[in-house]
Design a protein around this ligand. Structure first.
Ligand SMILES: Cc1cc2nc3c(=O)[nH]c(=O)nc-3n(C[C@H](O)[C@H](O)[C@H](O)COP(=O)(O)OP(=O)(O)OC[C@H]3O[C@@H](n4cnc5c(N)ncnc54)[C@H](O)[C@@H]3O)c2cc1C
Length: 399
């Protein structure tokens, strides 16, 4: 990072969270404001290493993933990196408290604190289950699985994270019994053929799928289902549902029923227009409804927020954000996958990929964010392409 001079009127943009969305916002801002004395960009994150959440199920089975260094990526720009944990946001004073003892002020805030597994709804999950929220969580599970040798791993939640994790654990630890417990059948949102493929792949890998069940309690050594049945478990991985940081609500920002920051069409908080919200932490409405948390949608939100901030700084009006989904790629171990192509509202198209071709597609998608950030640093406009979703995303009255 270069040292940047500041003036009394320097505009401070503070980006909270270097996940897929916050990182996209920070690198876009850094690239678009390089050399400007009137703008100062700061990124806050607890680790210098970028967490590839899309690979956490691989880390959880002891596979090595790349070391991606955030300050190194920011080198050559004027952006500053602050390592720390945000403990409070004061939206009136426009300050952020880091690790309780440092205070950073902002003129514009980009709120990108992401989401984590919801461990609060089922008793015992918080105390007895593993999660895939961070690299450290994944390492803890990897240690446990490596030490187990034989035994049963129960995965609570048959969404895509649960499916990918079950397949990965079964493939990397063939001596373990893997049980996937889920309300819905795995791949429920896919078309019938890709769903059948996904389920057959789980069966081939030896994953025991039990759908239509409800976990009501996690205990040391077992989980309890509604109806009283107990399922033995030497380790439990919880992937059912997500929740967001309580900081936005505590700061008085308008949030939805899940605590996500409610944004206007340009991604600004509806209650505090100097705050932009991106990624999983934001409730962003499109024509089809509120976006759900994904990397494919999160990165564009970060880019759009950055572009909007720079437009506003230059006295231009920010544009409405529009995004349409295009795929759901799901890994089924290292050599198999299923990719469901989707309509912009995330409903399944008839087209899908399976097998090695799908596995290569999934790997390409998973590996792409970091090089994309590198490209954006040099050519910010290269990051501004994503499907806008046509009529699916249009909101009546929005321009
Ligand atoms: C195993 C797994 C597989 C997945 N596969 C896919 C996939 O194939 N495709 C897809 O689109 N999505 C996938 N997802 C979902 C995807 O990872 C998320 O939607 C995405 O990470 C959201 O990006 P984000 O930037 O909003 O948040 P995150 O990536 O969660 O990043 C948030 C950042 O904020 C930081 N942070 C949080 N709280 C604080 C705080 N108080 N102070 C400072 N920093 C803080 C975190 O450390 C993190 O760096 C997967 C998720 C998992 C767990």
């Amino acid at each position: 990072m270069t040292t940047q001079r500041e003036t009394a009127t320097t505009h401070h943009v503070l980006v909270l969270g270097a996940g897929y969305a916050g990182m996209a916002a920070a690198i876009q801002l850094a690239a678009r404001t390089k050399g400007r004395e009137d703008v100062r960009v700061t990124l806050v994150n607890p680790q210098e290493r970028f967490t590839e959440r899309l690979r956490l199920h691989m880390s959880a089975t002891g596979q090595q993933v790349a070391e991606l260094d955030i300050p190194e990526l920011l080198e050559g720009t004027d952006a500053r990196f602050v390592r720390g944990w945000v403990t409070a946001v004061d939206a009136d004073a426009k300050t952020v408290r880091v690790d309780d003892d440092r205070v950073l002020s902002y003129d514009t805030l980009v709120y990108g604190l992401g989401s984590v597994a919801d461990v609060a709804t089922v008793p015992g999950v918080e105390d007895h289950a593993y999660t895939l929220d961070s690299a450290q969580d994944a390492e803890l599970l990897a240690d446990r699985l490596a030490r187990l040798g034989r035994g049963t791993v129960v995965i609570g939640g048959g969404g895509l994270t649960g499916v990918e994790s079950a397949a990965e654990i079964a493939e990397q630890h063939p001596d373990l019994d893997v049980v996937l417990l889920s309300r819905q059948e795995p791949g429920a949102a896919m078309g019938p053929r890709p769903r059948a493929y996904l389920q057959a792949a789980l069966e081939r890998l030896g994953v025991k799928v039990r759908s239509g069940v409800e976990v009501v309690k996690v205990l040391p050594g077992s989980v309890e289902l509604a109806g009283g049945e107990s399922v033995a478990a030497d380790a439990v991985l919880w992937t059912s549902g997500t929740r967001v940081s309580p900081l936005a609500a505590a700061a008085g920002l308008a949030v939805d029923e899940r605590g996500r920051v409610v944004t206007d069409a340009t991604l600004r908080s509806v209650s505090h227009p100097d705050v932009y919200a991106v990624g999983d932490a934001a409730a962003i409405r499109q024509g089809y409804g509120v976006m759900h948390g994904t990397c494919q949608g999160g990165m564009p939100t970060g880019v759009h927020a950055a572009v909007s901030i720079v437009r506003a700084l230059d006295g231009r009006r920010p544009r409405p954000f529009r995004f349409g989904y295009y795929h759901t790629p799901v890994s089924l171990g290292r050599n198999d996958a299923v990719v469901q192509f989707t309509h912009p509202d995330d409903s399944p198209r008839r087209v899908y990929l399976t097998g090695r071709l799908a596995a290569r597609y999934k790997e390409t998608v998973t590996a792409s964010p970091w090089p994309t950030y590198g490209r954006m640093k040099k050519m910010p406009a290269s990051g501004a392409f994503w499907p806008r979703g046509g009529r699916f995303t249009r909101i009546r009255g929005a321009r």
